[in-house]
Ligand binder design. Structure first.
Ligand code: C2E
Ligand code: CA
Ligand code: CA
Ligand code: CA
Length: 274
């Protein structure tokens, strides 16, 4: 005899067929992952070196793929950029980040969150309005959120980037120039952009205790950034000697595995109260 299919089972069957799991890592699978909210965030703390306090977190996107496990952002962000999905990804990431900012209020209302944006996002004239509307909906002041753009992205079409950055700054967002030092920007261009923070690229930070060149670059970039009234963050700190070196170089904040790996949102409170 044939067992009758219950309504719930039928719904499950139908939904599996409507959304088959895709084994490939391609734009269809990514579009599906975005729609099903399979893109989530990990958060890496930013440590202020003057008093060794955690002052914020960088939101880093993760794709939990049914067949491949965690797909790293170095793979799927370029895919999103090529396939026109980046603005949807950015919007979802930003929404999750804004909700996290609000949830941090109970721990410390001064904590901020940084979100990475792509140069393609900046080409969208409505980006600033959309992000500001999300902040309004979530009850978050834009000055709690820092938007990070790589130096390479900012400098590839500087006048266009500048226009987009100014719109974001006018909404109250803070702006950070990421992966600084590998893009050979001119000082003249950098000072025209409304950044308030500069992040020294991991490659210089990693080598600053072993290479005189990297050490000189960390020192010179820090001095230059301070002259332009930019706060300096070093990323990719992997041991105690590097941290000591950065303190001596006058760097303001640091991130890296030696301080903490990126963590799930549930584990943020443990880090802040440590
Ligand atoms: P990024 O913005 O430079 O982020 C820092 C990367 O370095 C992260 O990799 C982080 O996990 C890793 N990291 C942190 N501390 C250390 C350390 O001590 N040593 C080493 N070796 N690595 C460290 P992740 O999460 O794989 O992200 C890679 C890149 O993907 C990011 O580089 C960023 O450019 C991009 N990305 C991540 N999330 C997003 C997003 O939501 N939107 C956009 N547009 N890009 C994103
Ligand atoms: Ca970043
Ligand atoms: Ca970076
Ligand atoms: Ca990077």
């Amino acid at each position: 005899c044939v067992k009758p299919v219950r309504a719930a089972e039928l719904r499950d069957l139908l939904s599996t067929h409507a959304y088959p799991e895709k084994a490939e890592i391609d734009s269809d699978a990514l579009a599906m992952a975005v729609a099903r909210e399979e893109i989530h965030l990990h958060f890496q703390p930013k440590l202020r070196l003057s008093d060794r306090r955690i002052v914020g977190f960088e939101a880093l996107a993760r794709w939990r793929h049914a067949a491949h496990g965690q797909v790293p952002p170095d793979i799927f962000i370029p895919l999103a950029e090529r396939s026109g999905l980046i603005s949807e990804v950015t919007q979802r990431v930003f929404g999750q980040a804004a909700r996290t900012v609000r949830s941090l209020d109970a721990l410390d209302p001064a904590l901020g969150v940084s979100v990475n944006i792509s140069s393609i996002d900046l080409q969208d004239g409505h980006l600033a309005d959309r992000l500001a509307a999300t902040c309004r909906d979530e009850g978050v002041k834009p000055d709690r959120i820092t938007l990070e753009l790589t130096e390479t992205a900012a400098m590839s079409d500087p006048s266009r980037a500048k226009a987009g950055l100014v719109r974001l700054r006018l909404k109250g967002f803070k702006l950070s120039v990421d992966d600084f030092g590998i893009g050979y920007s001119s000082l003249a261009l950098l000072r025209q952009m409304p950044f308030s923070e500069l992040k020294i690229d991991r490659s210089f930070v990693r080598d600053c205790t072993t290479s005189r060149d990297s050490s000189a670059i960390v020192g010179a970039v820090t001095a230059m950034a301070h002259a332009l009234e930019l706060s300096v963050v070093a990323e990719g700190v992997e041991d105690a000697d590097i941290l000591t070196h950065l303190v001596e170089a006058g760097v303001d904040e640091a991130q890296g595995y030696w301080i903490s790996r990126p963590v799930e949102v549930e584990n943020i409170a443990d880090l802040v109260s440590k």
